[in-house]
Write a protein that binds this ligand. Structure first.
Ligand code: CA
Length: 608
């Protein structure tokens, strides 16, 4: 007779066999749809196609997270600016991409390099086209392929085992002022990707390619083109009514550089679009017009790219309110009714909840200081824009500034607590004034604002003097003067309330992960990895990794029965923003912390 111990050991072995049967399974449409049921791996940018960044793993939990230590680290290699990359974990390997788009695979047990593939980007040509640092956010996996965005506009599929190219597609050209910094996503056998660069004269778009061959399936422009030519689709014909003058000569903006999500049941693919270009609506010759589809959330059919619905958080954007932030899909009960929602913590300071099937507005709640709008129409979600926020030639102070209340750094949603963990800049602001001396620079940044622009040495302009006029503020009470203004906000999207908040993060940097271990795990741009209880926000871990200057969002995976936390942090080479064309590559600063991939386990080594 089998002893109880042996019996449970046998059951454990059987369960473990089931778990490891999942590991390394081909990443196909069904696997992506069911990604949450395979928490041992992290196979798509946001963990699931709904981009929840919630892992059901709970070996690391509130009772033991303080015992977290280093497992191993891997030198990512030089190149680029801050790390923004979300790693992927599949089939015993971790996959990452450097800022200059070098793709690498390392053994997820040991950190030993499996392969490395360099697309040999012409850095001198690309550098002047980058608005905001040389960065890359991630990769996609599909059917044994790693699909990599190349910053110069290529999309390349590599064999996940060998790193050898399988196909190459052209999304955009550097010469047309486009770059690619976002992670591709997969829907129904297609890989979807957008382009960056709405500060330059570009016409934003996103496109779908066959994920197995790289053949272009369709392209969706987010703003209408020259109206003397046929519109590409009826949606753009409609959009053209919301523009005037000769907007198309400067492109219009609306680039797609971060948030995407897919609901396979609704068969809708969601995309956030960037700011209008140039920034002031006046210089787009569109005063008082909505300028569809800039600063919008779009739902399209992945097979065809047909627009099913749109919601525009910021009609007539004049403040760089890219609405590209993470699109997080969840099922919530709101007013007693189950709702399939799409949520976004927008740059503009409002937390939006939409019905993701119909696009209907459900709620929009300020989560940071807002002065550009008085509030939102309860039924439509359309903002009541403060008239003075549509600035003229006299400088005015507006919140949030171009960094946003929330930006690219990922939030996460824990279904057990019902909370979303949003890295937030509580009092972001900037000055705006129309540049009366504006002249179009054909291949450079064309903001069209006199102040509040990103200076050449990187970073947005410091907050203006308090004497500048500013519209009245709405939103939660900011932390008191002298306290950190960059915080992690735990937001309840049903009650529309902040449940707790704690210093650390900010709109750029501070990405989060949440787990069934009742944890929120966050990276802080100063190099720290921190953990909080997800329900109450009690700090349980605060460890300095030494990887200052940029911290990619944390992921988690499980291998050989051990749960890991992994991240990419540090800097490549400090690169100035908006460099002049032909400028030489800047040398790394003496104190540059070259980037590493670092993994953590319970009872690991002290961090080195
Ligand atoms: Ca922008």
């Amino acid at each position: 007779m089998m002893s109880r111990f042996l019996l449970s050991a046998t059951i454990a072995a059987a369960l473990s066999a089931v778990a490891s049967a999942q590991v390394g399974r081909s990443v196909d449409d069904a696997a992506l749809k069911n990604a949450a049921k395979n928490p041992a791996e992290w196979t798509t940018y946001g963990f699931t196609q709904g981009e929840t960044r919630y892992s059901p793993l709970d070996q690391i939990n509130t009772s033991n997270v303080s015992r977290l230590g280093q497992a191993w680290s891997y030198d990512i290699g030089r190149g680029g600016g801050n790390q923004e990359n979300t790693l992927l974990a599949w089939n015993g390997a971790l996959y990452g991409i450097t800022n200059w788009s070098i793709v690498y695979a390392v053994d997820a047990r040991t950190g030993k390099e499996k392969w490395r593939w360099d697309p040999e980007v012409n850095q001198a040509a690309v550098r002047p086209k980058i608005c905001c640092g040389v960065v890359q956010r991630g990769l996609a996996l599909y059917q044994g392929l790693v699909i990599a965005p190349i910053i110069d506009g290529r999309l390349i599929a590599l064999d996940a085992q060998t790193g050898k190219p399988a196909w190459e597609a052209r999304v955009s050209y550097t010469q047309d002022n486009y770059t690619i910094t976002m992670a591709p996503r997969i829907a129904k056998g297609k890989v979807l990707i957008g382009v960056s660069g709405a500060e330059l004269p570009v016409r934003g778009f996103f496109a779908a390619f066959d994920a197995l061959t790289g053949k272009l399936a369709w392209r969706f422009y987010t703003v209408p083109g020259d109206p003397s030519k046929p519109f590409e689709n009826p949606a753009l014909k409609k959009a053209a009514e919301t523009w005037s003058g000769d907007w198309w000569k400067l492109g219009g903006g609306g680039t797609v550089w971060d948030g995407m999500a897919y609901d396979p049941d609704a068969d809708l693919f969601y995309v956030g679009t960037g700011n209008g270009g140039p920034w002031p609506e006046e210089l787009r010759k569109s005063k008082g017009k909505d300028n569809l589809y800039v600063a919008s959330i779009l739902a399209v059919k992945p097979d065809t790219g047909k627009l099913e619905w749109y919601f525009q958080p910021v009609p007539g954007d004049s403040w760089d309110y890219d609405s590209v932030q993470q699109l997080l899909l969840a099922d919530l009960t709101i007013n007693g009714r189950p709702r399939k929602v799409l949520m976004q913590a927008n740059k503009d300071g409002f937390y939006y909840v939409l019905d993701r099937v119909t696009g209907q507005f459900i709620s929009g709640t300020p989560f940071a200081k807002i002065t550009w709008a008085k509030g939102l129409d309860e039924r439509s979600g359309r903002p009541f824009i403060n008239p003075e926020a549509h600035y003229g030639t006299e400088p005015i102070q507006i919140s949030p500034g171009p960094g946003g209340g929330h930006n690219w750094s990922p939030m996460s949603f824990n279904p057990a607590t019902g909370l979303v963990y949003v890295p937030t800049s509580t009092v972001s602001s900037s000055t705006f004034a129309v540049d009366t001396d504006f002249v179009v620079k054909p291949n450079q940044s064309n903001l069209g604002v006199k102040r509040g622009a990103p200076p050449k040495d990187g970073g947005f302009a410091p907050p203006p003097p308090a004497t500048l006029p500013s519209p009245p503020a709405i939103g939660p009470e900011p932390p008191p003067e002298g306290q950190p203004r960059n915080v992690l906000v735990a937001f309840d999207p049903v009650a529309k309330q902040i449940r707790w908040q704690t210093p650390g993060g900010g709109s750029i940097g501070g990405g989060t992960l949440t787990t069934a271990g009742n944890l929120v795990i966050q990276v802080i741009p100063d190099g720290r990895l921190v953990a909080y209880s997800a329900d109450k926000g009690e700090k349980l871990l605060d460890v300095q990794t030494g990887l200052k200057g940029g911290m990619g969002p944390p992921i988690t995976y499980e291998l050989d029965g051990k749960q890991y936390i992994a991240l990419a942090g540090g800097m490549g080479v400090v690169v100035a923003r908006n460099v002049e064309p032909g400028a030489p590559a800047p040398a790394p600063a003496a104190n540059t912390i070259f980037p590493k991939l670092m993994t953590f386990v319970l009872d690991g080594k002290p961090v080195q």
